[in-house]
Design a protein around this ligand. Structure first.
Ligand SMILES: [Zn+2]
Length: 138
């Protein structure tokens, strides 16, 4: 750097000019830090003010095979009225149970219908989770 008072070149780190004794410390303090390396050209594009606010973060990804939470009212009513077709269990994702209930109802000429009906009551009571293990929603 150079002394701002007399123009004498002084070494970096020298706080007093050897020629005119000017205190260089304030000037040293004001020296900017080394410039950062030039950014890549792509970042030279003006950034929009909204970049600070940003777009809302994407919603968390649901686990594979997941479906929206099921209503226990819908599941229960489906199961009570259409339990012979396993409707409530298909609704909650329990395809195997649904097929089993269809078989139980039809192979017993309807006697097995007690199973899906009880199942539907349990669904309405909130005792049944969906196939992802989540309790049915109100
Ligand atoms: Zn000087």
């Amino acid at each position: 750097m150079f002394c701002p008072n007399c123009g004498t070149r002084v070494e970096a780190g020298v706080s007093v000019c050897p020629t005119c004794s000017t205190n260089l410390a304030p000037h040293l303090a004001q020296m900017p830090p080394p410039p950062p390396p030039p950014p890549p050209p792509s970042s030279l594009a003006p950034s929009s003010p909204s970049s600070m606010a940003g777009s809302p973060p994407p919603p968390p990804l649901a686990p594979a095979g997941a479906f929206p939470p099921r209503s226990k009212i819908v599941a229960g009513l489906l199961q009570i009225f259409l339990g012979a077709f396993g409707a409530g269990r298909f609704y909650t994702g329990h395809t195997g149970i649904a097929i089993g209930q269809i078989a139980a109802v039809w192979l017993t000429c309807g006697i097995g219908w007690i199973w899906p009906i009880i199942d539907g009551i349990l669904m309405l009571a909130g005792q049944v989770s969906d196939s992802n293990g989540r309790p049915l929603q109100d």
